[in-house]
Design a protein around this ligand. Structure first.
Ligand SMILES: [Zn+2]
Length: 61
């Protein structure tokens, strides 16, 4: 039996999270934000990869 990639029953769009590298599926809560959704979860969103880590922080200069 060679089932390749698992199919999702609703054929929802998927993206790959740059942080954990896992694919995630469209969710209802992203209905309006899907084009701008990058990370699979809030957790990954807070831990962006270095390449994307722009520090909006640094206020003390
Ligand atoms: Zn992730």
């Amino acid at each position: 039996m060679g089932a390749g990639a698992p199919r999702n029953p609703h054929a929802l769009p998927t993206k790959t999270c740059p942080v954990c590298g896992r694919a995630f599926v469209w969710r209802k809560k992203w209905e309006r934000d899907w084009p701008t959704v990058i990370y699979c979860s809030e957790r990954c969103r807070r831990n962006p990869p270095r390449a994307l880590a722009r520090g909006p922080k640094g206020g003390a200069s």
